[in-house]
Design a protein around this ligand. Structure first.
Ligand SMILES: C[S@@+](CC[C@H](N)C(=O)[O-])C[C@H]1O[C@@H](n2cnc3c(N)ncnc32)[C@H](O)[C@@H]1O
Length: 224
């Protein structure tokens, strides 16, 4: 695996237990619920196979009943396997799937960690069936949560220092350049960072810069 890509996955390989355990206590527990509930509503009856790219320890995949996961960090995959996910150690930039075989790909806070997001989205496009769908769960750089993570990155946070948080405009441009149709967008987590726990929220349709979590659902053109 090339060193640049390996680098983005390395902290997830070494700190995976702490990363996973963060969701067992507040505020991680209630944040998970806000984000996972919105994702679930955006993923009804997805035609398979459904795969999470950058699946990590598989918390979201398990909750969303996603059967397959892929990640270059192989240590967290051990937890994902225990959660019942069929896992592959591989890089999103070159996936071990044939063309047009996958029904749906989820990237949950993963696009900001890959070194070449456009290349990854083009690769997702390649593996999706015509009419197949990509779902992106994103923390946008202009949101209060993006600003909080950027300030943590400046202080040397082990994960956020490796992230490139994209703006809404950038995500739309990347999806379009990769060939996807104009996405549906929903926003949630309107509560600010820094709370000890978070209340349940209903997502809002559309883009809101004040939202901490934004979901994009974009389809591959049926004919190309
Ligand atoms: C913030 S974690 C999210 C994990 C999981 N989706 C979740 O929400 O719990 C980002 C994940 O992206 C993975 N990742 C980094 N570079 C990648 C790449 N080039 N291809 C696929 N996954 C990658 C990391 O190893 C890590 O597991």
């Amino acid at each position: 695996m090339p060193k640049t890509r390996e680098k983005a996955a390395r902290p997830f390989d070494t700190l995976f237990e702490a990363y996973d355990a963060w969701y067992d206590r507040e505020p991680g527990r209630s944040l998970f619920e806000v984000e996972a509930d919105a994702l679930k509503e955006m993923m009804p009856n997805m035609s398979g196979p459904v795969i999470e790219i950058g699946v990590g320890s598989g918390r979201f995949a398990q909750f969303l009943k996603i059967p397959y996961g892929l990640d270059p960090a192989v240590q967290p995959l051990k937890i994902a396997k225990k959660r019942g996910i069929h896992c592959m150690g591989a890089d999103a930039v070159s996936m071990p799937f044939r063309d047009t075989g996958v029904g749906c790909c989820l990237l949950m806070v993963t696009l900001c960690f890959v070194t070449e997001p456009l290349k990854v989205l083009k690769e997702v496009y390649r593996v999706l069936k015509p009419g197949g769908v990509v779902i992106l769960g994103m923390v946008l750089r202009e949101s209060p949560w993006g600003a909080d993570y950027l300030s943590k990155a400046e202080k040397g946070h082990p994960f956020y220092t490796l992230a490139t948080f994209q703006s809404h405009k950038k995500v739309l441009a990347l999806l379009s350049k990769a060939g996807f149709q104009i996405p549906e967008v929903v926003s949630t987590l309107f509560q600010p960072p820094g709370k000890s726990a978070y209340g349940a929220e209903n997502f809002r349709k559309g883009y809101f810069p004040e939202a901490g979590f934004t979901i994009y659902r974009a389809a591959k053109r049926a004919q190309h």
